[in-house]
Design a protein around this ligand. Sequence first.
Ligand SMILES: Cc1cc2nc3c(=O)[nH]c(=O)nc-3n(C[C@H](O)[C@H](O)[C@H](O)COP(=O)(O)O)c2cc1C
Ligand code: SF4
Length: 537
Amino acid sequence: MSDSQASKGDRRAEIPARLRQAGGLHEGVAREIAAELGVAEADVWGVGSFFHLLARPQARLRVCTGLSCRMRGALDVLAACRSSQLPVEEASCLAGCDVAPAVLRERRVLPGVTVADVRQAGGDWRALRSAGAPDHGPWTGHVGPTRDDPERLALNLLGTPDYSGAAFLRAQQLGADAMVDALEAADLQGRGGAGFPAHIKWRGIRSQPPGPRYLVLNADEGESGTFKDRELLIRRPDRVVEGLAIAAAAIAAADVYLYLRGEFELPWERLQETLTRFEDAGAFPGIRFHLHAGHGAYISGEETALLEALEGRRAMPRLKPPLPVEVGLWGWPTLIHNVETIACVPAIALRGGSWFRALGRSEAGSKLYCISGDVQRPGTYELPLGVSLDELAEAAGGLDGELLAFSPGGASSGFLPASERGRPLAFGSLAEAGSMLGSAGVVVLNHGRDLRDAVRAQLCFFERESCGQCAPCRIGTRYLREALDQSVGGIESSPEALAHVADVAWQMNEGSICGLGQAAPLPLTLALKHFPEVFLR
Ligand SMILES: Cc1cc2nc3c(=O)[nH]c(=O)nc-3n(C[C@H](O)[C@H](O)[C@H](O)COP(=O)(O)O)c2cc1C
Ligand code: SF4
């Protein structure tokens, strides 16, 4: 198992890891690495300047200013760091919404940091600790369900890891065709955001001409509001690795790449331990696993951007088609899945597709929901796919006040009003409401919260994280944020002004290469639709 594996003769894929070893993009480093790897210096610069964790190595602390962290005082923590002259910068999201506000110290996430913690550090960033929660996991997120019934759970975050390899053996007995049929019977929709049926991708890659095929795990979890994959990797890495082994065998892939976001120090350790345990037991013969660290960029979670990053380039999305199952990593057919999707596979192999499908409510299967913001017990809860906000909030100990609005699926989903609290939190139902389930990162805002600031936080997220490749996204994300900023009293409600906002949103939707640019207007357009009294003047 290696940190990264280049295709034969091309050492470009080693660039990010070498930059990390060198402590980031310091003076003279690009030239040295370029000479050592035999690549162009510009390539090293390109990668080093693209990823947040490599581009500014002098920033030792990063305060998350994503929505849930802002709601718990992140801006005060940031200001305190600055006034203590600590080497700090903002981070878009650290996947720690349940332990907000989160601060990254080098590559370790500190949960629940307070202004007092910053003062205690006394100007030394190395001394920053968080008093409210341990700074070495497991983190403090509550993990459900509250209505425990292991028979109704596909993932069972509270269960004991199982290294027997029983699900892999069962899948081998079934054979690849029957395993794909089981996925179809399960109606397993991808949990990374798009909800695309998994069996179609598996069949798609199995029908490619003979040659190398790769399997890639997308563990780049960076959508503000989302932290479920982190919990899965920490608590049930056995399910993730066994799911990968089943998928690799079914599509005849010998190499599996696990791409973890750079801030996932503890999940990385858990995965390494798990891989070693399975390897020692000789559980998955012929399958090689490669752990790969990301370096901080939300866009690298987009599947084709992730492939670029694995190849040692800037994480800029590719045009589709061709799809990754046709032309993927180093040009070969590649199956990419989200952590949760893959972790559902062992239970489907063992218990069958119909069993999994029946776990759901309005759609198939059980689902990991993240909930944070104004609730009693922010955390990750496994519940039937299609529960309502009220049911989810009940699992999380109830709301912490009177509901004003909620974001059902991360920054990309905008905000829905309280009147939608009974709507199923499912792919189809939320699409009908003009929003999306996305990665099921639910953030709750109660009365007393500043909705304008919340919408602005989501717009800023996209502006900062746009890779800049397409003009509609690069310019549009900024334009929409400025439209909100410039009109302190609200966006002008004249037909011309509203038509202009709608036109920019349309251009972003139509002219962007990837989902970031397409979804980025949603926070503002949904806010104008549901909360005109707040946003219009
Ligand atoms: C901007 C952007 C960011 C994304 N980030 C992630 C991510 O962090 N994790 C993830 O699994 N999918 C992410 N996706 C979705 C992936 O492109 C892809 O659909 C997914 O990995 C496929 O796996 P699935 O079929 O199991 O859902 C992102 C998509 C976009 C447009
Ligand atoms: S839509 Fe935005 S993030 Fe996506 S490729 Fe274009 S510029 Fe990059």
